[in-house]
Design a protein around this ligand. Structure first.
Ligand SMILES: *Cc1c(COP(=O)(O)O)cnc(C)c1O
Length: 429
């Protein structure tokens, strides 16, 4: 006898960060259009998550769909070893021109975590090329860089993943992240851990790795641009590389094209992913400057040692070209500013709520930090029953809607958050 599909899913399929014996509930989505997810039972949910930062244009966008359909008809995939194609060339031209000055060499990979692995490998091969091998990285506490081993090794060391794999993960140096908020007055104290560690230890470090401006999954924190300028100055002073993980912040989410733009800096290596294809396919890129690329290429290895099977997948590149072309007129800037204003007026007053310890908004990101962790299963169900898709974690209830969201849809998301705070059963008190 055939078990019904939802039970099959629960019994046999792993979802992100879930148990096989006590799986969290899943909701059956049959289609998605603009800012709505449509459930099997016909209910429509306003999407507050953009499928984890990715679906910046919403769902089912005709321009992206058409670009993909045309590419499917021509060539959905071909190997990238010894072959090139116009979707990749057009995309790399775009990435070089949009990203901060000097990032002229592009490596296309297949997910954010792999882009971070590639960045780490570039830094290691760079130091090999300099005949001064270095293996340690400086990263920030509360940082998040992905789930593969290299990426995990530079994530916050006190989060559970480090605990689980300790002994296998490469050891790195961690410092307290800046406390100064994005629009506070810069406090020099915030630079002290970085200055002190570099002074004592720079000669062992290959690179500083950070998420510019927004620390995402590690805590949804927004910090001061001056910190990025300091990191750039100090990495120049000591001759170590600066790696910017823009996988969450890239393509306008914070109100600028990239987080680095808030500080006017260029990193030596930059990773993008998530919104790169407008959220329809997995694709990432790691960009670096000519100096790093040349040093790697002139090393004993003679080349950069990475080459995924689906590197530069033409279908994903076509989607990325279409998505970026939709951003190129920069109309998203006024959309993101309008979202920011509405998030501020709707969420900031919650700071006075007894169950809230902080509220913060930057660009199209709104975060409510609660006193107690949420009960994910009950709160998620309540949100679905109220017609919204919001997926909180820990003590964080947050929104990062598609840029095209209407103000009435955004109101619905904000009202759901405001209301849910008054229901004690949603929190693990
Ligand atoms: C999501 C994310 C990653 C990992 O990307 P995946 O595509 O999930 O592998 C890495 N760094 C940051 C900052 C992210 O937000």
């Amino acid at each position: 006898m055939q078990v019904d599909d939802l039970s099959f899913d629960q019994r046999h399929i792993w979802h992100p960060y879930t148990s096989m014996t006590k799986p969290l509930p899943t909701y059956w989505v049959t289609s998605a259009d603009r800012c709505e997810l449509i459930l099997k039972d016909g209910r429509r949910l306003v999407d507050g998550m953009s499928s984890w930062w990715a679906a910046v244009h919403g769902y089912n966008h005709p321009v992206i769909n058409q670009a993909m359909n045309e590419q499917i008809a021509r060539m959905p995939h071909v190997m990238f070893g010894g072959i090139t194609h116009s979707p990749a060339v057009a995309l790399c031209r775009r990435l070089i021109s949009l990203t901060p000055e000097g990032l002229d060499c592009v490596f296309l990979a297949d997910s954010g975590s792999v882009a971070v692995e590639v960045a780490i490998k570039m830094a290691l091969q760079y130091w090999q090329g300099r005949k001064e091998p270095r293996y340690e990285f400086l990263a920030l506490r509360k940082g998040y860089h992905g789930d593969t081993f290299g990426a995990m090794s530079i994530c916050d060391p006190y989060s559970s993943m480090h605990r689980l794999y300790r002994g296998y993960l490469a050891p790195h140096k961690f410092i307290e992240p800046p406390k100064c908020r994005f629009d506070d007055v810069w406090n020099e104290e915030d630079g002290v851990p970085l200055i002190a560690l570099l002074e004592a230890y720079h000669y062992k470090l290959a690179a500083i790795v950070l998420e510019p401006i927004v620390q995402g999954t590690g805590g949804m924190r927004f910090y001061h641009p001056e910190y990025l300028r300091l990191a750039r100055d100090l990495s120049n002073k000591y001759g170590i590389l600066l790696i910017a993980d823009e996988i969450a912040t890239g393509f306008g989410r914070t109100g600028e094209w990239f987080g680095c733009n808030h500080a006017g800096i260029s990193p030596d290596i930059l990773c993008v992913g998530k919104a790169l294809t407008g959220g329809v396919l997995t694709l990432s890129a790691t960009l670096t400057c000519r100096h790093v690329a040349d040093t790697i290429s002139n090393s004993d290895a003679g080349c950069f040692m990475h080459g995924p099977t689906f590197m530069a997948n033409p279908l994903a590149c076509a989607a990325a070209n279409a998505s970026i072309s939709l951003l190129e007129d920069e109309q998203w800037k006024s959309c993101v500013a309008a979202i920011a204003n509405q998030l501020k007026s709707g969420l900031l007053p919650l700071i006075n709520h007894p169950r809230v310890i902080d509220v913060r908004v930057l660009g199209a990101i709104g975060v409510v930090e609660t006193t107690h962790p949420v009960n994910m299963a009950t709160l998620q169900r309540w949100f679905v029953d109220h017609g919204v898709w919001i997926r909180p974690f820990g003590r964080l209830i947050y929104l990062m809607p598609p840029y095209i969201i209407s103000s009435s849809e955004l109101t619905k998301l904000i009202e759901a958050i405001v209301e849910c705070l008054d229901l004690p059963s949603h929190f693990l008190l």
